[in-house]
Design a binder for this molecule. Structure first.
Ligand SMILES: Nc1ncnc2c1ncn2[C@@H]1O[C@H](COP(=O)(O)OP(=O)(O)OP(=O)(O)O)[C@@H](O)[C@H]1O
Ligand SMILES: [Mg+2]
Length: 252
């Protein structure tokens, strides 16, 4: 059984058919790429999968459970976490506190315990600090743990977003153009980190990227969207050699 399956997903904005008859199956443990030109509908697919938009048609299942039309928080709790095309961090919180926000998804204490600083508060806080530091180490951010998120350099903010998403302990991680705005060296380093995250956390990842070479280099499977519809889908090598993809995507 696929970890994520979407069948016949569709949504319109006014007269615009942003996503039409979208189907995808993502097996557990895979690193899967979603590519396509500007405005093809990639981010809209993420918004449908995470409950930001309700699909007009179609079904989404995660681990065999129907999550279609559920709220974003319910979908996150069911096991889908994401990052955004435009970074959305808690800019006034420290780096480590951003990660702890994600950890609260599965580690918590009651309000009373928090206000009265009961023993459980200290126990959970200590555990959260340890887990958050472990995650920050994966992304080379441990020395900036107390830095305000807003003061991090751009490339590190992108990494912190991924760390925070992972802190929710998802089954599926959705990354929307995580390398956007990065220089080539930062991009290569990030791709290595994504590979590492997949291995280390045994994570399933769906990655949106513009750069064909980039996704081709790390993803085993690809879906190409064009004008809201799937143009081509399958093994990376087959997709990248498909003449229709070359024509539509590279304009050749
Ligand atoms: N909330 C909305 N209201 C109206 N139109 C929208 C909305 N969200 C997306 N669209 C439109 O749907 C289409 C697909 O947009 P989407 O952001 O999903 O594309 P994308 O493939 O992520 O593009 P990019 O590569 O530029 O990020 C675009 O024409 C966009 O303008
Ligand atoms: Mg987008």
């Amino acid at each position: 059984m696929a970890l994520l399956e979407a069948k016949n997903l569709g949504i319109s904005f006014g007269g615009l058919r942003a996503v039409d008859d979208f189907n995808i199956k993502i097996e557990k443990g895979s690193l899967y790429g979603l590519i396509g030109p500007n405005g093809a509908g990639k981010t809209t697919v993420f918004n449908l999968l995470t409950g930001v938009y309700k699909p007009t048609e179609g079904i989404i299942t995660l681990d065999g459970k129907d999550v279609t039309g559920k709220k974003t928080i319910e979908i996150n709790q069911a096991g889908i976490a994401r990052t955004f095309q435009n970074i959305r961090l808690f800019k006034d919180l420290s780096v480590i506190d951003n990660v702890k926000v994600g950890l609260h998804n599965h580690m918590s204490y009651s309000t009373v315990t928090g206000i009265l600083r009961l023993p459980k508060y200290y126990k959970v806080e200590k555990q959260m600090t340890e887990e958050a530091m472990e995650l920050l180490k994966v992304f080379g951010l441990e020395e900036e743990a107390e830095t305000l998120a807003d003061n991090l350099p751009y490339g590190k903010q992108r990494k912190l977003e991924i760390a925070r998403a992972l802190a929710t302990k998802p089954k599926l991680l959705l990354l929307d153009e995580p390398a956007a705005g990065m220089n080539p060296n930062e991009t290569l380093e990030l791709m290595e980190t994504i590979r590492f995250v997949r291995e280390h956390f045994d994570m399933t990842i769906l990655l949106i990227e513009h750069d064909m070479k980039l996704v081709g280099g790390i993803c085993e499977e690809l879906t190409v969207l064009n004008f809201g519809r799937v143009l081509c889908q399958g093994k990376t090598s087959d997709v990248l050699n498909n003449p229709e993809v070359i024509k539509a995507y590279l304009g050749e």
